[in-house]
Design a protein around this ligand. Structure first.
Ligand code: 26Q
Length: 797
C-alpha cells in the first residue's frame, strides 16, 4: 500500500535470497522458523531505508532528540507490526501463500519480546511506535534481558513460573553494535586528587549496544531502540588465575553474565536488591555516556545540552540519571556543581506511574553508598543544595531520610517536569505523594494521560473492525484517531450496527476456536465475553470479579429457568512469584472454574476460562473479542490503566470504578455507554476510617454472605476444604481494598450489563460509541503532549 516500489515478485525474491544466503536453507526443506526468519529479514531490509533517512535528517537539521530511559520495553511480536506499518501485510500474506506457507502460522512462530512486566513496559513500547509515527527524533534505551518475564503455567490451579528464553531463537530485528560499548563501574572508592573527586570503581562491566529500528505508520520515519547487553570488561583476571584463585578469576565474567540476565518480575513491591540497583545504573550510565558522546560529535558547548537533549525517566527506575549526569558533567567535563545540576534538571523529565507506597523505590544508604560511592556523595550534595535553596522545606522532606535514598524525591528534584499518567492520578500526586514539593515547585507537576498505539491495538489486532472503519469513513484514521468520531452518525444506522456486531462475532468465533484448541474449553461464541486481563494484584480486585461470578452462578442455580444472559468469564494475568495473596486469588479462580465448568445445570449459561501465560500476543487475541471490559480497581489505586483504552477502541464498554483513566474514558464516551459503580477515591479514604467497614458491608449483603460461606465450606476445593479460610477471614476483617464494600454496587452494575446485552441493538450502539469516541486515547496524542509540555521538541514530519 505505502511501499509502492515493492512488487510481489520483488518481495518473493528477497525472501528466497535470505532463505538461501542468510539462513543457508533450501526452500524444499525450510521450516516455519526458517520462513519466518527469511520473511523478517526481507521486511527488515525495507525498514533500513527510512531508518537511515531519519537519522541523517536529524543530524543534518541538528534536531533536538528525545531519550526515553526505561527498565522495561514490553514489545511483543515485531513481524506483523512491521508489515502493517510498511503497508506490506497483504503482499507478505500473498508471498507466503505462494511459497505454500500460512502467514498467521509464521507470525505466531515469533516469540514475544517480553522485556517488561505490564503497563509501564507496554507504554514504553507504544510510545516508541508513536514517536516514530509522528517523526519525533527519539531513542529508547533499555536492557537486553536474556530472559524476559517468566512464563506462567498452572499446576492443579497453582501458578508455576518457568524461565522465558526469547533469545534461544535468532532475534532478526536487531543489529549488534560491538563498536558502541561503554565501561560501567560499581563499588570501589572515591579519591581526592588535587581537590577533585575521582571515582575508582572496584568492578566494571561493558555495556554493548543492540539496535532495533522502530518504524512508524507508513514507514515515514524510524527511530532506534537501543538495548544494552552486559559483557565482561576483561574476559578473565589472568593475574588471579595464575595465582590459582580460579573462582575469583572468573568474577568479571560472572557479574557481566548476571547483569543483563533477567528482568525483575515484580511490578509493585520493590525489594532493595543490589543486583537491581546495578541494573538501573548499568542502563542509565550507558545511556548517558552514549547521549554525551553523540552530542559532542557536533557540539562543543556542553552547557547548551538542554537545547538538544531531552531525557525522560520512565518512573524512578532510571532516577540515578540525575546524579550520573552531574557526575559526568563535573568530574568528566569540569562543570561546576550547581551549573551541572541545572543543566541536568533542564534535560530531565520524570514520569510517575504509581502511588502505592510499597512500590516506591527507596535504597538503604548502606547499599547505595556501597554500589555507587561517588553518586552517594552527589545525592547528598543535591539534597543539601535543595534544602538550602528552599528554606521553607519542612524537616521531614528530602532525598536522604532515615538512612534511605528516596528515588521519588530524587527524580522530582532533578527533573524540570514531573508528570502523572491520568488526570486523577496527577491530582493525587500533588495532593498525596509530593504535597510539600508541589508547594515548593508550583507548576512542575503536570498531567499527560496515557494512550496506546492504534496501529497495533486496532489496525493490526482487529482486521474485521479496521476494515469496517475504513469502509465507513475512509482511510487516514490510523494516525488521526479523532477521525473515529466520523463513525458516530453511522451508529444511527442499523446496517452499520449490524456490521459492527458481525465484526465482533468474527473475533469471538476466532477466540472460541483458539480456546478450544489451546485450553480445551468450549465456549458459546454468542455468549457475552466478559474479560479481565492484567497483572494479578489485590488493588485490581480480580477477587471482586470472581466473588461476583460465584454469586451469579448461585443465582442461576436457584432459578435455572430464569432468563439469564449467557456469559463467558475470561481471566488472564500473572502474579509476581513472591506475592502469596495474588497467587491464592489465581488458585481460587481456577478452583471456581473447575467446579462451575463441570456443572451441567449451568453449563450453557456460565463458563470461566483462565488461559495461562497472558502476554502481549494473547492480549491481541482477547481484546478484539471482548464484549465487556473489567476495570474495577479500588478507586485511587490504578494510576491510569492502558488495557482499559484498548478495550474501548475495540468496541467493548467498560464496567468500572472512577479510577485512573477510567474517569476520562467515562467523560469521552458518556455515562450512557459506561457501567459505572463503586466508591470514589475520596469515599474510599473515608470508608477505611471505620474499622468495621467490611464486616458491616458483608452483614448488609445476603449474596456476599452466601458466596463467602460457600468458599469457607470448601465448595470449590472438596479435597482440602479449609484452603480458603485465610482468604475469607481477610475479606471479613482486613479488606483494605474494599472488595466487600463495593460488592453490591458491582453486582447491580453487572445486572445492568445483562439488561443492556439482552437488548442487542442497545448493546451495539454502546459498543460502537466506545470505538467512535476512543480517539483521545491514541498514544500519538500523549506523545504530542510530552513534546510540547516536557521535551520542547518539534516533529520532523
Ligand atoms: C521497582 C523496583 C524493583 C523491581 C521492580 C520495580 C518495578 C517494576 C515495574 C516497579 C513498578 C513496575 C511497573 C509499574 C507499572 O506497570 N505501573 C503501571 O503503569 C501503567 C502505565 O502508566 C499504568 O497504566 C498503570 O496504572 C500502572 O499500574
Amino acid at each position: 500500500m505505502f511501499d509502492t516500489q515493492l512488487t510481489l515478485p520483488d518481495l518473493k525474491t528477497a525472501i528466497l535470497q535470505h532463505l538461501t544466503y542468510t539462513l543457508g536453507k533450501d526452500a524444499q526443506n525450510a521450516s516455519v522458523y526458517d520462513w519466518r526468519m527469511a520473511l523478517s529479514f526481507a521486511i527488515r531490509d525495507r525498514i533500513v531505508g527510512p531508518w537511515f533517512a531519519s537519522t541523517r535528517r536529524t543530524w543534518a537539521e541538528d534536531r533536538k532528540r528525545v531519550y526515553y530511559l526505561s527498565m522495561e520495553f514490553l514489545i511483543g511480536r515485531l513481524l506483523e507490526d512491521a508489515c502493517v506499518n510498511l503497508g506490506l501485510r497483504d503482499l507478505a500474506v500473498q508471498a507466503m501463500e505462494d511459497f505454500g506457507q500460512d502467514f498467521s502460522s509464521i507470525v505466531e512462530n515469533e516469540p514475544d519480546a517480553a522485556l517488561g512486566n505490564g503497563g509501564l513496559g507496554r507504554l514504553a513500547a507504544c510510545f516508541m511506535e508513536s514517536m516514530a509515527t509522528i517523526g519525533c527524533p527519539a531513542y529508547g534505551y533499555g536492557i537486553r534481558y536474556e530472559h524476559g518475564l517468566f512464563r506462567q503455567r498452572f499446576e492443579a490451579g497453582h501458578q508455576v513460573e518457568t524461565p522465558e528464553d526469547w533469545l534461544l531463537s535468532r532475534h532478526p530485528w536487531e543489529f549488534e553494535r560491538p563498536e558502541s560499548a561503554y565501561t560501567i563501574g560499581f563499588k570501589g572508592t572515591v579519591e581526592n586528587r588535587d581537590g577533585r573527586e575521582v571515582w575508582v570503581p572496584g568492578e566494571t562491566v561493558q555495556a554493548e549496544a543492540y539496535d532495533t529500528p522502530v518504524v512508524g505508520w507508513q514507514g515515514k520515519w524510524a527511530n532506534t531502540l537501543r538495548l544494552w547487553g552486559a559483557r565482561p570488561t576483561t574476559l578473565f583476571d589472568l593475574e588471579r588465575f595464575n595465582r590459582g584463585d580460579y573462582t575469583a578469576a572468573a568474577e568479571p565474567e560472572t557479574l557481566a553474565r548476571t547483569l543483563s540476565r533477567v528482568l525483575y518480575p515484580d511490578d509493585t513491591t520493590y525489594q532493595g536488591k543490589e543486583l537491581r540497583l546495578k541494573q538501573e545504573f548499568f542502563l542509565t550510565s550507558a545511556a548517558l555516556q552514549d547521549i554525551l558522546r553523540r552530542y559532542l560529535k557536533n557540539h562543543n558547548d556542553i552547557r547548551a545540552l538542554p537545547k538538544h537533549v531531552a531525557i525522560q525517566m520512565n518512573d524512578t527506575h532510571p532516577a540515578i540519571a540525575g546524579p550520573e549526569l552531574i557526575r559526568l558533567l563535573t568530574d568528566g567535563h569540569g562543570v561546576e556543581f550547581v551549573e551541572a545540576l541545572e543543566i541536568a534538571q533542564a534535560c530531565l523529565g520524570y514520569t510517575n506511574h504509581t502511588l502505592l507506597p510499597e512500590a516506591l523505590e527507596r535504597w538503604a544508604t548502606f547499599t547505595f553508598g556501597n554500589v555507587l560511592p561517588r553518586h552517594m556523595q552527589i545525592v547528598e550534595r543535591i539534597d543539601a543544595w535543595h534544602k538550602d535553596e528552599y528554606h521553607s522545606r519542612p524537616h521531614y522532606v528530602g532525598i536522604v531520610k532515615h538512612h534511605e535514598v528516596r528515588m521519588g524525591e530524587l527524580a522530582f528534584i532533578m527533573a524540570h517536569k514531573v508528570n502523572g499518567v491520568s488526570a486523577l492520578h496527577s491530582e493525587l500526586i500533588k495532593k498525596n505523594l509530593f504535597p510539600e514539593l508541589d508547594k515548593l515547585h508550583p507548576g512542575r507537576i503536570i498531567n499527560e494521560t496515557n494512550g496506546v498505539t492504534p496501529r497495533r491495538w486496532l489496525r493490526m489486532c482487529n482486521r474485521p473492525l479496521s476494515n469496517l472503519i475504513t469502509d465507513t469513513i475512509g482511510d487516514g484514521w490510523e494516525d488521526d484517531l479523532d477521525r473515529l468520531r466520523d463513525l458516530e452518525p453511522h451508529v444511527e444506522q442499523k446496517g452499520f450496527r449490524d456490521a459492527f456486531g458481525a465484526a465482533k462475532r468474527v473475533n469471538k468465533a476466532r477466540l472460541s476456536d483458539w480456546l478450544r484448541t489451546e485450553c480445551g474449553v468450549s465456549v458459546n461464541p454468542d455468549a457475552m465475553f466478559d474479560v479481565q486481563v492484567k497483572r494479578i494484584h489485590e488493588y485490581k480486585r480480580q477477587l471482586l470479579n470472581i466473588l461476583e461470578t460465584i454469586a451469579h452462578w448461585h443465582a442461576i442455580k436457584q432459578n435455572p429457568k430464569g432468563r439469564w444472559v449467557p456469559r463467558v468469564k475470561i481471566f488472564g494475568g500473572k502474579s509476581a512469584p513472591g506475592y502469596a495473596v495474588a497467587k491464592e486469588i489465581i488458585h481460587l479462580i481456577n478452583d471456581v472454574a473447575s467446579v462451575v465448568n463441570s456443572d451441567i445445570e449451568t453449563r450453557d449459561l456460565l463458563t470461566i476460562v483462565y488461559p495461562p501465560n497472558y502476554n502481549v500476543s494473547m492480549a491481541e487475541r482477547l481484546i478484539p473479542a471482548a464484549d465487556l471490559s473489567e476495570q474495577i480497581s479500588t478507586a485511587g489505586k490504578e494510576a491510569s490503566g492502558t488495557g482499559n483504552m484498548k478495550f474501548m477502541m475495540n468496541g467493548a464498554p467498560t464496567i468500572g470504578t472512577l479510577d485512573g483513566a477510567n474517569v476520562e474514558i467515562l467523560q469521552e464516551v458518556g455515562r450512557e455507554n459506561f457501567f459505572l459503580f463503586g466508591l470514589t477515591a475520596e469515599e474510599v479514604l473515608k470508608r477505611r476510617e471505620d474499622g468495621d467497614h467490611s464486616k458491616k458491608a458483608i452483614e448488609a449483603s445476603k449474596p456476599l454472605q452466601d458466596v463467602l460461606q460457600m468458599i469457607a465450606e470448601g465448595r470449590f476445593c472438596p479435597t482440602q476444604k479449609d484452603r480458603y479460610h485465610g482468604l475469607v477471614h481477610r475479606v471479613w476483617h482486613h479488606d483494605y481494598f474494599l472488595v466487600a464494600d463495593d460488592f453490591d454496587a458491582y453486582r447491580a452494575a453487572q445486572a445492568e450489563v445483562d439488561r443492556a446485552f439482552a437488548d442487542r441493538d442497545r448493546w451495539l450502539r454502546m459498543a460502537a460509541m466506545n470505538t467512535a469516541r476512543s480517539g483521545f486515547f491514541s498514544s500519538d496524542r500523549t506523545i504530542r503532549g510530552y513534546m510540547k509540555d516536557v521535551w520542547s521538541v518539534e516533529a520532523a514530519l
